[in-house]
Design a protein around this ligand. Structure first.
Ligand SMILES: Nc1ncnc2c1ncn2[C@@H]1O[C@H](COP(=O)(O)OP(=O)(O)O)[C@@H](O)[C@H]1O
Ligand SMILES: [Mg+2]
Length: 256
């Protein structure tokens, strides 16, 4: 997905899971509102033809901090694709809301240049199975490097003490992928969708338990640059020790 090449420091957060209804748009809109409330210039790109994120943005009251919307799902004859997808130059965080049922090419395209990828997962067995396939595709098809630690899961509408949650934990543990938050099933999310606001913009006494979890997600997301540096160092160290090994094992070239 082309984004302006001048925006090296753009934090591109991709919310992805080919399963519909798992909470992608809920997460995308709430994170956007969370960042906008903090005064961070935020854009939200809606790749889903259902356009729920853009509809949420339309409902957003004018007196709340602005969020730039990019209706990437729309086909336009008037502009080139890269013009349509352009992100304003002062954008710090770009949140990408993806559609259901994406194929491998789209998966590669959407995750290219992502600094972080969040996969919201519902707790049912079927959802966990499809999410497991999605994570496998992210690693094998989109070639997301686990060492970069850019991939995380958000368990949505979940109670922690269930068998399916334990199974999800085991699967993710085996891959070293963290579950960074557990969002409960709450009418607050439904209300935020209806009103075009984020939970951070609702009465604190009503939403504090949910906001706590959203803040955990934002905190993990904010650490992307440090994680990337650490991953680069680890890769550097690996390369160094590898070159030592290959030096020591250089085949003898002298006479037999
Ligand atoms: N934690 C939650 N608690 C209650 N309702 C939720 C929660 N997360 C999502 N929903 C609701 O579930 C529906 C599907 O969520 P949505 O974010 O649109 O999923 P997706 O974008 O993955 O298709 C929406 O009506 C949304 O309001
Ligand atoms: Mg959606």
């Amino acid at each position: 997905m082309p984004i302006s090449p001048t925006q090296d420091k753009l934090n591109k957060i991709v919310i992805l899971n080919p399963k519909g209804g798992c909470g992608k748009s809920t997460l995308a809109t709430n994170l956007a509102a969370c960042y906008a409330q903090r005064g961070i210039t935020t854009a939200i790109m809606d790749l889903d033809p259902q356009g729920s994120t853009m509809a949420w943005l339309k409902r957003r009251p004018a007196d709340l901090p602005a969020i730039h919307g990019i209706a990437a799902f729309k086909k336009t004859m008037q502009a080139t694709r890269s013009w349509q997808l352009r992100v304003p130059n002062d954008t710090v965080n770009l949140i990408v809301d993806s559609p259901a049922g994406i194929n491998h090419d789209d998966l590669r395209d959407i995750t290219r240049d992502a600094t972080t990828i969040l996969v919201p997962i519902l707790p049912s067995s079927m959802d966990i199975d499809s999410a497991s396939r999605c994570i496998t595709d992210l690693l094998l098809v989109a070639k997301v490097d686990r060492n970069e630690r850019k991939l995380a899961v958000v368990a949505n509408r979940t109670r922690k003490n269930t068998r399916s949650f334990a199974r999800l934990m085991r699967f993710l543990d085996s891959l070293g992928i963290p579950i960074i938050a557990v969002l409960r099933d709450s009418q607050n999310f439904v209300l935020s969708a209806e009103l075009g606001i984020g939970l951070h913009e609702m009465q604190p006494h009503r939403v504090h338990r949910d906001v706590e979890q959203l803040d955990r997600i934002a905190k993990w997301l904010d650490g992307w640059s440090d994680r990337r540096k650490r991953a680069a160092n680890v890769t550097g160290i690996r390369r160094q020790s590898f070159s030592k090994v290959s030096f020591l094992r250089r085949p003898q070239t002298g006479p037999a």
